[in-house]
Design a protein around this ligand. Structure first.
Ligand code: MG
Ligand code: ZN
Length: 225
């Protein structure tokens, strides 16, 4: 491969990317303003496919729907599997099929916010597209970001994605019942996260049984109703 032409490529691409991110950040700020005007709290939920994001959102809806008016926004490449599961818990869901895009961005969220009566909302749960890489670079305009990591993903999910955790308020380590079989040291995952972000809250859950969900909700530190 010709390294000279590689380098040239890089020089062309970097400014374009910066422009995409700064434009996205501007729209994300608009989303935050829109939400705050109507006292709506929004949470961006990141995690790989199969980490248990949808199950955790289902748990949140189950526990919080009597106290908060909740809408979920579910990002997925092509399917509505997650949206259907969340809707079954009794919260309205807006599905965003991103097609080829492996993340949600602020413009997609803004389009959805404009269709909602925000006066009629307290909490918006955004289930981002399942991967831990690029969703972390695209703010959607949420008040907090939580990251879900499953023990089945092995012991290195935190150290391998430092940027994802730098902006997260809560790390959820899910499927703790499988930690032994996966030889994952839960305390080590917690130490890894605290090293990247000293004030991150780390909670341990089993989304299928509901273990750890009250601690998770407490860690969210939601605005009081
Ligand atoms: Mg899901
Ligand atoms: Zn992406």
């Amino acid at each position: 491969m010709d390294t000279k032409s590689d380098k040239k490529d890089l020089e062309v691409n970097v400014p374009v990317e910066e422009d995409i991110f700064s434009r996205n950040n501007k729209i994300a700020d608009q989303n935050i303003s829109m939400l705050e005007k109507h006292h709506v709290h929004a949470i961006d939920i990141l995690g790989s496919v199969g980490s248990g994001k949808t199950t955790l959102v289902q748990n949140l809806v189950r526990h919080l729907k009597n106290d908060y008016r909740i809408t979920a926004i579910a990002g997925d490449l092509t399917t509505s599997i997650d949206a259907d599961r969340i809707q079954e818990e009794g919260a309205p869901v807006v599905q965003i099929n991103t097609g080829q895009e492996c993340h949600l961005d602020a413009t997609m969220i803004q389009k959805v916010l404009k269709t909602l009566d925000l006066e009629d909302q307290d909490l918006i749960l955004v289930e981002n597209v399942g991967n831990l890489i690029c969703p972390s670079a695209f703010q959607v305009g949420a008040h907090q970001r939580i990251v879900v990591v499953s023990t089945t993903e092995g012991p290195y999910m935190v150290v391998k994605h430092p940027h994802t955790f730098m902006e997260a308020s809560v790390l959820v380590v899910n499927k703790i019942d499988l930690a032994g079989a996966m030889e994952v040291d839960l305390d080590k995952l917690k130490r890894d996260a605290l090293q990247i972000k000293p004030d991150i809250k780390v909670v341990f859950t089993n989304g299928r049984t509901g273990e750890g969900i009250p601690e998770f909700i407490q860690a969210l530190n939601l605005p009081k109703k």
